[in-house]
Ligand binder design. Structure first.
Ligand code: SF4
Length: 393
C-alpha cells in the first residue's frame, strides 16, 4: 500500500482521539471522509496553556484487542494500515510546517503495548533529532505500556495521555474484563504523573472517557474526574460520547447524546477553575447532569438561597458562583469595585453579553434589577427536545 493511501486511512481514524475542536463535534466514532491533505485540525493547550492547532495521526489502525465500543477492534472489516517511524516523520513534517501546528500521535495495538509504544517513541525521537522538530508533541500511549517506555516517551513529549475510558474497575469489568483497570490504566497514569512531577511533560497528562459505554452516570464520571485531577494531576479529561458501531457487540446500544459530553466538560471546568466539588454538581439523589442547562446555571437555579448576592461586597469566590461570571469576569469586577460603587447594570457592561444574565443573581447597592429573564430562558431551554441540542458545540 502506498503512503498516500495509508495516510488517508490513518488520519481520519485519528479523529477518534478527542481533542478540543474534535470533541466539540462529538463525532468520535463516526467514519471520516477527510483525506490526509485536508484532515481537520484539532486544538490543544500547549505548555503555557495557550490553545494551538494540532495535526492528529494514528500510526497504526491494526489491533489485536476487541474493546467493544471501538471501530478498530480486532476482526472488524475496516481499512487497516500501519506507518513506520520514517513514514510518520516524512508525512507529518510538511503538515506541521504548513499549519504551524503541534502533533498528536496515537496508535492501535497491532501486536503488543510495548511494540505499539515503541513505534510512537521511535517516531518522536526521529522528529526531535533528524528533523529537529521542537514544537508541541503529544503521544497517546496504550494501556499496559511499560515504565521504561513511559519514561522514554516523557523525555521527548510535551504531553502524554492514556485513555481511561470508564470510571471504575467495576465498569471496566462490565464491558471488557480483559483489561485490568488498576494495573493497565491507573498505575500507568500514576507513572506519567511521577514524570510530570520530575519536570517532564510541560503540557501535562490527559485522558479520555467514552461516555455512556458502560452505563455509568455522570456522578461516577465526575467523581473519577475529580480524583484524576487531585491524585494523578491529570490536566485535561476528554469526554467522547459513545456511538454504536455496526458489527460490534455494542451495535444495538443507544448513542450517548453529544450534549452530554459538553455538559461533562463544563462540569469538569467548574471543578478545575471555579472551586466546585463534584458532589455540589451531581449527588446520589441527582446523579445525572441537566442536558438542558449548563451545570453552573443549573446549580444556581437549585440554590436560590445563595442569590441574589451584593455585587459590591461579595468575595471573589462568591462572584465566581454567579452564572455568567468566570475567573476573568471576577478580576474585572474586582477592578471596577476599586473605582467606585456598582449601582446599576450599566456599571458591569465590561462583562459584555454575560451581564444580562448576571443581573438576575446580584444586588447593586441593595437594589435588584433582575427580571427573572435567565430563569425563563432556562425553563424554555428545558422544554426543547434534547435532539435539538446534539450539535451545540
Ligand atoms: S486497543 Fe484501542 S484501537 Fe484497539 S480495540 Fe481497544 S480502543 Fe480500539
Amino acid at each position: 500500500m502506498d503512503l498516500e493511501r495509508k495516510l488517508d486511512i490513518l488520519a481520519p481514524a485519528a479523529g477518534y482521539e478527542a481533542c478540543d475542536t474534535h470533541s466539540v463535534a462529538g463525532r468520535r466514532y463516526q467514519s471520516k471522509k477527510a483525506s490526509w491533505s485536508n484532515a481537520p485540525l484539532g486544538t490543544e493547550a500547549d505548555a503555557k496553556g495557550k490553545p494551538r492547532p494540532v495535526v492528529r495521526l494514528l500510526m497504526s489502525a491494526e489491533c489485536v484487542h476487541s474493546c467493544p465500543y471501538c471501530p478498530l477492534q480486532s476482526g472488524r472489516d475496516v481499512p487497516r494500515a500501519t506507518l513506520t517511524p520514517d513514514e510518520v516523520a516524512k508525512s507529518v513534517m510538511p503538515q506541521l510546517r504548513r499549519h504551524d501546528a503541534g502533533l498528536l500521535l496515537s496508535t492501535a495495538v497491532a501486536d503488543s503495548a510495548e511494540q505499539a509504544a515503541t513505534g510512537l517513541v521511535d517516531s518522536a525521537v526521529l522528529l526531535r533529532t533528524t528533523h529537529s522538530y521542537a514544537g508541541y508533541l503529544h503521544l497517546k500511549l496504550p494501556p499496559g505500556v511499560s515504565h521504561a517506555l513511559i519514561e522514554a516517551a516523557a523525555r521527548v513529549s510535551d504531553r502524554l495521555s492514556l485513555n481511561i475510558e470508564v470510571p471504575s474497575a467495576a465498569h471496566q469489568a462490565a464491558i471488557d474484563p480483559s483489561r485490568d483497570w488498576h494495573r493497565d490504566v491507573i498505575a500507568r497514569l500514576a507513572w506519567m504523573r511521577d514524570f510530570q512531577q520530575a519536570g517532564f511533560l510541560k503540557a501535562g497528562i490527559a485522558t479520555q472517557f467514552v461516555v455512556g459505554a458502560a452505563g455509568e452516570d455522570d456522578k461516577a464520571l465526575l467523581d473519577a474526574t475529580a480524583w484524576l485531577h487531585r491524585e494523578l494531576a491529570v490536566r485535561r479529561v476528554y469526554y467522547a460520547p459513545f456511538q454504536p458501531i455496526a458489527g460490534t457487540p455494542m451495535a444495538e446500544q443507544r448513542a450517548t447524546p453529544a450534549v452530554r459530553g459538553l455538559r461533562l466538560t463544563q462540569a469538569d471546568w467548574l471543578l478545575r477553575h471555579y472551586g466546585f466539588a463534584s458532589d455540589e454538581i451531581v449527588g446520589a439523589d441527582q446523579p445525572l447532569l441537566s442536558l438542558y442547562n449548563d451545570p453552573k446555571l443549573d446549580w444556581a437555579l437549585r440554590h436560590p438561597e445563595y442569590f441574589p448576592i451584593e455585587i459590591n461586597t461579595a468575595a471573589p469566590e462568591q462572584l465566581l458562583r454567579i452564572p455568567g461570571v468566570g475567573p476573568l469576569g471576577v478580576k474585572r469586577l474586582m477592578r471596577m469595585r476599586t473605582l467606585g460603587r456598582l449601582r446599576e447594570p450599566a456599571h458591569i457592561a465590561i462583562l459584555g453579553a454575560a451581564s444580562r444574565r448576571v443581573v438576575d443573581f446580584v444586588l447593586f447597592d441593595g437594589v435588584f434589577f433582575g427580571t427573572g429573564h435567565t430563569m425563563r430562558q432556562a425553563r424554555i431551554a428545558s422544554l426543547r427536545p434534547v435532539a435539538d441540542q446534539l450539535r451545540l458545540w
